[in-house]
Design a protein around this ligand. Structure first.
Ligand code: SAM
Length: 450
Protein backbone atom coordinates (compact mmCIF):
# COMPACT_ATOMS: atom_id res chain seq x y z
CA UNK A 1 0.00 0.00 0.00
CA UNK A 2 0.97 3.62 -0.39
CA UNK A 3 1.41 4.12 3.34
CA UNK A 4 3.73 1.16 3.77
CA UNK A 5 5.81 2.45 0.87
CA UNK A 6 6.08 5.77 2.65
CA UNK A 7 7.15 4.03 5.85
CA UNK A 8 9.65 1.86 3.98
CA UNK A 9 11.10 5.01 2.39
CA UNK A 10 11.27 6.58 5.87
CA UNK A 11 13.19 3.62 7.31
CA UNK A 12 15.68 3.96 4.46
CA UNK A 13 16.11 7.70 4.39
CA UNK A 14 14.97 9.01 7.78
CA UNK A 15 12.56 11.35 5.98
CA UNK A 16 8.80 10.74 5.90
CA UNK A 17 6.92 12.58 3.17
CA UNK A 18 3.21 12.96 3.88
CA UNK A 19 0.88 12.30 1.01
CA UNK A 20 -2.16 14.55 0.67
CA UNK A 21 -0.66 17.26 2.83
CA UNK A 22 -1.42 20.69 1.45
CA UNK A 23 1.72 22.25 2.91
CA UNK A 24 5.40 21.46 2.47
CA UNK A 25 6.16 19.27 5.49
CA UNK A 26 8.25 16.23 6.36
CA UNK A 27 8.87 14.22 9.50
CA UNK A 28 12.53 13.49 10.17
CA UNK A 29 14.38 10.92 12.24
CA UNK A 30 17.78 12.62 12.53
CA UNK A 31 19.39 9.33 13.56
CA UNK A 32 18.53 7.71 10.24
CA UNK A 33 19.57 10.78 8.28
CA UNK A 34 22.94 10.93 10.07
CA UNK A 35 23.45 7.20 9.62
CA UNK A 36 23.76 7.68 5.91
CA UNK A 37 27.18 9.18 6.66
CA UNK A 38 28.43 5.89 8.11
CA UNK A 39 28.81 2.23 7.21
CA UNK A 40 30.80 0.55 10.00
CA UNK A 41 29.15 2.58 12.74
CA UNK A 42 25.70 3.88 13.36
CA UNK A 43 24.43 6.67 15.55
CA UNK A 44 23.02 5.30 18.80
CA UNK A 45 19.31 6.23 18.93
CA UNK A 46 19.15 6.12 22.73
CA UNK A 47 22.11 8.49 22.97
CA UNK A 48 20.76 10.82 20.28
CA UNK A 49 17.33 10.98 21.88
CA UNK A 50 18.84 11.54 25.32
CA UNK A 51 15.74 13.40 26.55
CA UNK A 52 13.09 11.48 24.66
CA UNK A 53 9.83 13.28 25.26
CA UNK A 54 7.61 10.37 26.12
CA UNK A 55 4.50 11.79 27.82
CA UNK A 56 1.35 10.43 26.28
CA UNK A 57 -1.29 12.27 24.39
CA UNK A 58 -4.15 11.15 26.65
CA UNK A 59 -2.43 12.35 29.81
CA UNK A 60 -1.56 15.56 28.04
CA UNK A 61 -5.16 16.23 27.12
CA UNK A 62 -6.33 15.34 30.64
CA UNK A 63 -3.79 17.82 32.01
CA UNK A 64 -4.93 20.50 29.58
CA UNK A 65 -8.57 19.87 30.52
CA UNK A 66 -7.89 20.31 34.24
CA UNK A 67 -5.83 23.41 33.53
CA UNK A 68 -8.64 24.83 31.45
CA UNK A 69 -11.35 24.09 33.97
CA UNK A 70 -9.33 25.48 36.88
CA UNK A 71 -8.48 28.59 34.91
CA UNK A 72 -12.12 29.06 33.93
CA UNK A 73 -13.05 28.82 37.62
CA UNK A 74 -10.43 31.44 38.39
CA UNK A 75 -11.78 33.56 35.57
CA UNK A 76 -15.23 33.41 37.06
CA UNK A 77 -13.86 34.64 40.33
CA UNK A 78 -11.83 37.42 38.79
CA UNK A 79 -12.36 38.55 35.21
CA UNK A 80 -8.96 38.24 33.52
CA UNK A 81 -7.66 41.26 31.66
CA UNK A 82 -6.10 40.56 28.25
CA UNK A 83 -2.32 40.50 28.67
CA UNK A 84 -0.70 43.75 27.70
CA UNK A 85 1.95 43.22 25.09
CA UNK A 86 4.55 45.83 24.39
CA UNK A 87 5.27 46.81 20.80
CA UNK A 88 7.96 44.20 20.25
CA UNK A 89 5.86 41.45 21.78
CA UNK A 90 2.99 42.44 19.52
CA UNK A 91 5.27 42.13 16.50
CA UNK A 92 6.41 38.70 17.75
CA UNK A 93 2.81 37.66 18.20
CA UNK A 94 1.93 38.84 14.70
CA UNK A 95 4.74 36.78 13.27
CA UNK A 96 3.55 33.78 15.25
CA UNK A 97 -0.01 34.28 13.96
CA UNK A 98 1.33 34.27 10.39
CA UNK A 99 3.21 31.00 10.91
CA UNK A 100 0.45 29.35 12.96
CA UNK A 101 -1.80 28.00 10.15
CA UNK A 102 1.20 26.36 8.44
CA UNK A 103 2.39 24.81 11.70
CA UNK A 104 -1.11 23.56 12.63
CA UNK A 105 -1.57 22.05 9.18
CA UNK A 106 1.82 20.34 9.42
CA UNK A 107 0.96 18.92 12.83
CA UNK A 108 -2.41 17.71 11.51
CA UNK A 109 -0.58 15.81 8.79
CA UNK A 110 1.52 14.05 11.42
CA UNK A 111 -1.50 13.23 13.58
CA UNK A 112 -3.24 11.84 10.49
CA UNK A 113 -0.35 9.51 9.63
CA UNK A 114 -1.25 6.69 12.04
CA UNK A 115 1.31 4.28 10.62
CA UNK A 116 4.11 6.74 11.35
CA UNK A 117 2.72 7.67 14.78
CA UNK A 118 2.71 3.98 15.63
CA UNK A 119 6.48 3.70 15.35
CA UNK A 120 7.57 7.04 16.87
CA UNK A 121 8.17 5.52 20.30
CA UNK A 122 10.53 2.95 18.88
CA UNK A 123 12.82 5.58 17.34
CA UNK A 124 14.92 5.87 20.49
CA UNK A 125 15.55 2.12 20.81
CA UNK A 126 18.99 0.74 20.06
CA UNK A 127 17.03 -2.36 18.90
CA UNK A 128 19.31 -4.69 16.93
CA UNK A 129 20.72 -7.38 19.19
CA UNK A 130 23.86 -7.28 17.05
CA UNK A 131 24.48 -3.72 18.10
CA UNK A 132 27.37 -3.41 20.46
CA UNK A 133 27.76 -0.22 22.39
CA UNK A 134 31.25 1.12 21.97
CA UNK A 135 33.40 0.08 24.89
CA UNK A 136 33.80 2.89 27.36
CA UNK A 137 37.10 4.60 26.76
CA UNK A 138 39.73 5.03 29.43
CA UNK A 139 38.90 8.61 30.25
CA UNK A 140 35.27 8.79 31.25
CA UNK A 141 34.63 12.49 31.03
CA UNK A 142 34.47 14.08 27.61
CA UNK A 143 37.16 16.69 27.09
CA UNK A 144 35.91 20.21 26.63
CA UNK A 145 37.27 21.24 23.24
CA UNK A 146 36.14 24.76 23.99
CA UNK A 147 38.40 24.93 27.07
CA UNK A 148 41.34 23.02 25.57
CA UNK A 149 41.33 25.26 22.51
CA UNK A 150 41.92 28.29 24.72
CA UNK A 151 45.00 27.17 26.68
CA UNK A 152 48.53 28.09 25.59
CA UNK A 153 49.30 24.42 24.87
CA UNK A 154 46.44 24.26 22.32
CA UNK A 155 48.80 24.17 19.30
CA UNK A 156 50.45 21.08 20.80
CA UNK A 157 47.31 18.97 21.00
CA UNK A 158 47.24 16.33 18.29
CA UNK A 159 44.71 13.88 16.96
CA UNK A 160 45.59 10.47 15.46
CA UNK A 161 43.61 9.30 12.46
CA UNK A 162 43.51 5.60 11.72
CA UNK A 163 42.76 4.89 8.11
CA UNK A 164 41.13 1.61 7.18
CA UNK A 165 43.40 -1.42 7.01
CA UNK A 166 42.55 -2.23 3.41
CA UNK A 167 44.75 0.51 2.05
CA UNK A 168 47.76 -1.07 3.73
CA UNK A 169 47.67 -4.05 1.39
CA UNK A 170 48.07 -1.92 -1.68
CA UNK A 171 51.82 -2.02 -2.03
CA UNK A 172 52.14 -0.63 -5.53
CA UNK A 173 51.25 2.86 -4.58
CA UNK A 174 54.58 3.83 -2.99
CA UNK A 175 54.42 7.05 -1.02
CA UNK A 176 50.70 7.19 -1.23
CA UNK A 177 50.44 4.05 0.84
CA UNK A 178 52.68 5.57 3.48
CA UNK A 179 50.66 8.69 3.53
CA UNK A 180 47.48 6.74 3.82
CA UNK A 181 48.54 4.24 6.42
CA UNK A 182 50.58 6.37 8.67
CA UNK A 183 49.10 9.79 8.74
CA UNK A 184 50.83 10.36 12.06
CA UNK A 185 49.51 12.87 14.49
CA UNK A 186 48.10 16.12 13.26
CA UNK A 187 47.25 19.25 15.23
CA UNK A 188 43.61 19.13 16.29
CA UNK A 189 43.13 22.88 16.75
CA UNK A 190 43.48 25.56 14.08
CA UNK A 191 44.08 22.94 11.44
CA UNK A 192 42.02 21.62 8.57
CA UNK A 193 41.70 17.90 9.25
CA UNK A 194 40.40 16.01 6.27
CA UNK A 195 39.09 12.52 5.67
CA UNK A 196 39.07 12.26 1.95
CA UNK A 197 38.47 8.51 1.93
CA UNK A 198 35.21 6.89 0.96
CA UNK A 199 34.95 5.33 4.41
CA UNK A 200 34.64 6.65 7.94
CA UNK A 201 37.88 6.90 9.85
CA UNK A 202 38.48 6.43 13.54
CA UNK A 203 40.51 9.03 15.33
CA UNK A 204 41.98 9.14 18.80
CA UNK A 205 42.37 12.19 20.97
CA UNK A 206 43.23 12.16 24.69
CA UNK A 207 42.39 8.43 24.93
CA UNK A 208 38.95 8.93 23.44
CA UNK A 209 37.79 7.72 20.06
CA UNK A 210 36.06 9.83 17.44
CA UNK A 211 34.34 8.77 14.24
CA UNK A 212 35.11 10.95 11.21
CA UNK A 213 32.62 10.50 8.34
CA UNK A 214 33.75 9.81 4.79
CA UNK A 215 34.72 12.76 2.61
CA UNK A 216 34.43 15.28 5.38
CA UNK A 217 36.67 17.74 7.14
CA UNK A 218 36.71 19.89 10.24
CA UNK A 219 38.46 23.04 11.33
CA UNK A 220 38.33 23.49 15.09
CA UNK A 221 39.06 27.05 16.13
CA UNK A 222 37.74 30.18 17.73
CA UNK A 223 35.85 32.73 15.64
CA UNK A 224 39.09 34.76 15.43
CA UNK A 225 40.61 32.13 13.11
CA UNK A 226 37.66 31.68 10.76
CA UNK A 227 39.51 33.72 8.11
CA UNK A 228 41.60 30.61 7.46
CA UNK A 229 38.57 28.99 5.84
CA UNK A 230 38.43 31.61 3.12
CA UNK A 231 39.83 29.93 -0.01
CA UNK A 232 42.00 32.82 -1.08
CA UNK A 233 43.54 33.14 2.38
CA UNK A 234 44.99 29.69 2.63
CA UNK A 235 45.57 29.26 -1.06
CA UNK A 236 47.77 32.34 -0.80
CA UNK A 237 49.49 31.16 2.35
CA UNK A 238 49.33 27.40 2.66
CA UNK A 239 51.48 27.53 5.80
CA UNK A 240 48.54 29.12 7.49
CA UNK A 241 46.70 25.86 7.60
CA UNK A 242 48.37 22.55 8.08
CA UNK A 243 46.41 20.03 6.18
CA UNK A 244 46.32 16.34 6.32
CA UNK A 245 45.17 15.23 2.94
CA UNK A 246 44.64 11.58 2.46
CA UNK A 247 44.96 10.60 -1.17
CA UNK A 248 42.35 7.96 -1.78
CA UNK A 249 42.81 4.80 -3.78
CA UNK A 250 39.36 5.19 -5.18
CA UNK A 251 38.87 7.70 -7.92
CA UNK A 252 37.35 10.92 -6.78
CA UNK A 253 33.90 11.15 -8.19
CA UNK A 254 32.61 13.81 -5.91
CA UNK A 255 33.85 17.29 -5.43
CA UNK A 256 34.68 17.33 -1.77
CA UNK A 257 34.21 20.37 0.37
CA UNK A 258 37.93 20.85 0.72
CA UNK A 259 38.97 20.32 -2.87
CA UNK A 260 39.32 24.09 -3.14
CA UNK A 261 42.39 23.49 -1.06
CA UNK A 262 43.74 20.65 -3.09
CA UNK A 263 42.79 22.15 -6.43
CA UNK A 264 42.27 25.85 -6.15
CA UNK A 265 41.13 26.13 -9.74
CA UNK A 266 38.18 23.80 -9.33
CA UNK A 267 36.05 26.65 -8.14
CA UNK A 268 36.11 27.69 -4.54
CA UNK A 269 33.81 28.45 -1.68
CA UNK A 270 30.53 26.94 -0.65
CA UNK A 271 27.07 26.58 -2.16
CA UNK A 272 25.30 25.74 1.08
CA UNK A 273 26.22 27.47 4.35
CA UNK A 274 24.34 26.47 7.50
CA UNK A 275 24.91 28.62 10.57
CA UNK A 276 23.75 28.05 14.14
CA UNK A 277 25.34 30.89 16.10
CA UNK A 278 25.77 30.87 19.86
CA UNK A 279 23.22 33.68 20.31
CA UNK A 280 23.04 35.18 23.77
CA UNK A 281 19.82 34.46 25.59
CA UNK A 282 18.49 34.39 29.10
CA UNK A 283 18.74 30.62 29.59
CA UNK A 284 21.11 29.75 32.42
CA UNK A 285 21.16 26.19 31.13
CA UNK A 286 22.49 27.34 27.79
CA UNK A 287 25.33 29.17 29.51
CA UNK A 288 26.45 25.89 31.01
CA UNK A 289 26.35 24.09 27.66
CA UNK A 290 28.44 26.41 25.48
CA UNK A 291 29.77 29.98 25.44
CA UNK A 292 27.68 32.62 23.69
CA UNK A 293 28.66 35.77 21.80
CA UNK A 294 27.07 39.23 21.48
CA UNK A 295 25.19 39.76 18.20
CA UNK A 296 27.69 42.22 16.74
CA UNK A 297 30.36 39.47 16.59
CA UNK A 298 28.38 37.73 13.85
CA UNK A 299 28.65 40.81 11.64
CA UNK A 300 32.29 39.81 11.20
CA UNK A 301 31.53 36.36 9.78
CA UNK A 302 33.11 36.43 6.29
CA UNK A 303 30.04 35.03 4.53
CA UNK A 304 30.63 36.88 1.25
CA UNK A 305 34.11 35.42 1.04
CA UNK A 306 32.96 31.89 1.78
CA UNK A 307 30.35 31.95 -0.97
CA UNK A 308 31.03 29.99 -4.16
CA UNK A 309 31.22 31.86 -7.47
CA UNK A 310 27.90 30.20 -8.44
CA UNK A 311 26.30 31.67 -5.32
CA UNK A 312 25.07 30.08 -2.12
CA UNK A 313 22.03 29.29 -0.08
CA UNK A 314 22.60 30.47 3.49
CA UNK A 315 20.53 29.00 6.35
CA UNK A 316 20.63 30.80 9.70
CA UNK A 317 19.02 29.36 12.85
CA UNK A 318 17.38 32.09 14.90
CA UNK A 319 15.47 32.19 18.17
CA UNK A 320 11.91 33.48 18.41
CA UNK A 321 13.18 36.64 20.07
CA UNK A 322 11.88 39.63 18.13
CA UNK A 323 14.89 41.84 18.81
CA UNK A 324 17.15 39.18 17.30
CA UNK A 325 14.90 38.86 14.23
CA UNK A 326 15.11 42.57 13.63
CA UNK A 327 18.88 42.56 14.02
CA UNK A 328 19.21 39.69 11.50
CA UNK A 329 16.91 41.14 8.85
CA UNK A 330 17.95 44.76 9.22
CA UNK A 331 21.68 44.51 9.97
CA UNK A 332 23.16 41.04 9.68
CA UNK A 333 21.77 39.91 6.31
CA UNK A 334 22.55 43.23 4.60
CA UNK A 335 26.11 43.14 5.97
CA UNK A 336 26.57 39.56 4.75
CA UNK A 337 25.11 40.53 1.37
CA UNK A 338 22.35 37.92 1.54
CA UNK A 339 18.68 38.26 0.65
CA UNK A 340 15.96 36.58 2.70
CA UNK A 341 13.97 34.01 0.70
CA UNK A 342 11.88 31.80 3.00
CA UNK A 343 11.68 30.12 6.40
CA UNK A 344 12.04 26.52 7.41
CA UNK A 345 10.22 25.84 10.67
CA UNK A 346 11.39 23.03 12.94
CA UNK A 347 8.32 21.80 14.81
CA UNK A 348 9.24 19.79 17.91
CA UNK A 349 7.13 16.85 19.01
CA UNK A 350 7.19 14.25 21.76
CA UNK A 351 7.32 10.52 21.16
CA UNK A 352 3.51 10.37 21.01
CA UNK A 353 3.34 13.03 18.30
CA UNK A 354 2.06 15.83 20.55
CA UNK A 355 3.86 19.20 20.50
CA UNK A 356 6.62 19.67 23.10
CA UNK A 357 4.73 22.71 24.43
CA UNK A 358 1.54 24.56 23.66
CA UNK A 359 1.80 26.19 20.22
CA UNK A 360 0.62 29.51 21.65
CA UNK A 361 2.84 29.59 24.71
CA UNK A 362 4.45 32.99 24.33
CA UNK A 363 7.92 32.46 25.77
CA UNK A 364 8.33 28.80 24.95
CA UNK A 365 7.23 28.00 21.44
CA UNK A 366 7.48 24.35 20.29
CA UNK A 367 9.26 25.49 17.12
CA UNK A 368 12.44 27.15 15.92
CA UNK A 369 13.17 28.79 12.65
CA UNK A 370 15.87 28.53 10.00
CA UNK A 371 15.95 31.69 7.88
CA UNK A 372 16.92 30.89 4.30
CA UNK A 373 18.67 33.51 2.22
CA UNK A 374 20.52 33.70 -1.08
CA UNK A 375 23.88 35.21 -1.78
CA UNK A 376 25.24 36.13 -5.22
CA UNK A 377 22.94 33.84 -7.13
CA UNK A 378 22.35 34.28 -10.82
CA UNK A 379 18.98 35.86 -11.49
CA UNK A 380 16.05 33.49 -11.40
CA UNK A 381 17.00 31.79 -8.15
CA UNK A 382 15.45 32.86 -4.93
CA UNK A 383 11.91 33.63 -5.89
CA UNK A 384 10.67 30.06 -5.92
CA UNK A 385 11.12 28.92 -2.37
CA UNK A 386 8.16 28.52 -0.05
CA UNK A 387 8.04 28.22 3.73
CA UNK A 388 8.31 24.64 4.89
CA UNK A 389 8.15 22.55 8.05
CA UNK A 390 10.31 19.75 9.36
CA UNK A 391 8.91 17.86 12.33
CA UNK A 392 11.14 15.82 14.65
CA UNK A 393 11.65 14.69 18.22
CA UNK A 394 14.46 16.87 19.63
CA UNK A 395 17.81 15.36 20.59
CA UNK A 396 20.35 16.89 22.96
CA UNK A 397 20.07 20.48 24.14
CA UNK A 398 20.20 22.89 21.18
CA UNK A 399 21.04 20.09 18.69
CA UNK A 400 19.39 20.90 15.37
CA UNK A 401 18.01 18.33 12.93
CA UNK A 402 20.28 17.76 9.90
CA UNK A 403 18.22 19.67 7.33
CA UNK A 404 20.95 20.03 4.67
CA UNK A 405 19.50 17.36 2.45
CA UNK A 406 16.02 18.91 2.45
CA UNK A 407 17.56 22.08 1.09
CA UNK A 408 19.61 20.53 -1.71
CA UNK A 409 17.09 21.37 -4.40
CA UNK A 410 17.37 25.08 -3.60
CA UNK A 411 21.15 25.16 -3.61
CA UNK A 412 22.61 27.18 -6.51
CA UNK A 413 25.46 25.95 -8.68
CA UNK A 414 26.02 23.29 -11.28
CA UNK A 415 28.37 20.85 -9.56
CA UNK A 416 27.72 18.73 -6.49
CA UNK A 417 27.04 21.31 -3.79
CA UNK A 418 29.88 22.18 -1.45
CA UNK A 419 28.48 22.41 2.03
CA UNK A 420 29.74 23.90 5.28
CA UNK A 421 28.27 24.21 8.75
CA UNK A 422 29.44 27.09 10.92
CA UNK A 423 29.41 26.69 14.72
CA UNK A 424 29.01 22.95 14.14
CA UNK A 425 29.10 20.37 16.91
CA UNK A 426 29.05 17.42 14.52
CA UNK A 427 30.19 16.29 11.09
CA UNK A 428 28.46 14.85 8.03
CA UNK A 429 29.73 12.99 4.98
CA UNK A 430 30.60 15.44 2.23
CA UNK A 431 30.51 18.44 4.58
CA UNK A 432 33.04 20.77 6.14
CA UNK A 433 32.41 21.59 9.82
CA UNK A 434 33.78 24.63 11.57
CA UNK A 435 33.38 25.75 15.19
CA UNK A 436 35.13 25.49 18.54
CA UNK A 437 33.86 21.92 19.07
CA UNK A 438 32.95 20.25 15.74
CA UNK A 439 34.06 16.86 17.15
CA UNK A 440 31.60 17.02 20.06
CA UNK A 441 28.97 14.59 18.74
CA UNK A 442 31.61 12.52 16.88
CA UNK A 443 32.71 10.98 20.19
CA UNK A 444 32.38 7.21 19.81
CA UNK A 445 30.01 7.00 22.75
CA UNK A 446 27.33 8.47 20.48
CA UNK A 447 27.82 5.50 18.13
CA UNK A 448 27.14 1.78 17.93
CA UNK A 449 29.18 -0.68 15.94
CA UNK A 450 27.30 -2.07 12.99
N1 SAM B 1 24.20 23.44 15.53
C1 SAM B 1 24.79 22.83 16.70
C2 SAM B 1 24.10 21.51 16.96
O1 SAM B 1 23.11 21.21 16.30
O2 SAM B 1 24.56 20.77 17.83
C3 SAM B 1 24.69 23.71 17.90
C4 SAM B 1 25.54 24.93 17.80
S1 SAM B 1 25.50 25.88 19.25
C5 SAM B 1 24.05 26.82 19.05
C6 SAM B 1 26.75 27.08 19.01
C7 SAM B 1 28.18 26.57 19.00
O3 SAM B 1 29.06 27.68 18.82
C8 SAM B 1 28.63 25.87 20.27
O4 SAM B 1 29.26 24.67 19.94
C9 SAM B 1 29.65 26.84 20.87
O5 SAM B 1 30.66 26.20 21.62
C10 SAM B 1 30.20 27.47 19.62
N2 SAM B 1 30.91 28.75 19.88
C11 SAM B 1 30.67 29.63 20.88
N3 SAM B 1 31.56 30.64 20.83
C12 SAM B 1 32.40 30.39 19.80
C13 SAM B 1 33.55 31.06 19.26
N4 SAM B 1 34.00 32.21 19.80
N5 SAM B 1 34.17 30.50 18.21
C14 SAM B 1 33.73 29.35 17.67
N6 SAM B 1 32.65 28.67 18.13
C15 SAM B 1 31.99 29.18 19.18
Amino acid sequence: SETSDQLAAFFQSGIYRFSNCAVSVVFMDPVRVLNRSYSRFRVSPSTYYSRFFSSNLAADFAHRETELSSSSKKRKRKEKKPPLLNEREQAADQRHQLARPLLLKAHECLIGASELLGILRSLSCDSSSMAERRKPTVVETEPSFVELGKVWQAPLYEIALKFPRSCRSNENEGDIVDQCCDPGLVPVFNNLVVNETGDEVEAEFLSRKYVIPLESCFYMSDLGKIQNLIPEVYNADAKNVQVLVYIPMVSRNRCNPFCWFVAADSGSGFNLILIDPPWENASAHQKLMYPTLPNRYFLSLPIKKLVHSDGALVGLWVTNWERLRNFVLEELFPSWGVTYAASLFWLKVKADGSLTSDLDLFHHRPYECLLLAYCNTKSGMGGTMEDQVVISIPGDYSRKPPVGELLQKYVPGVGPPRCIELFAREMMAGWASWGNEPLHFQDSHYFLLN
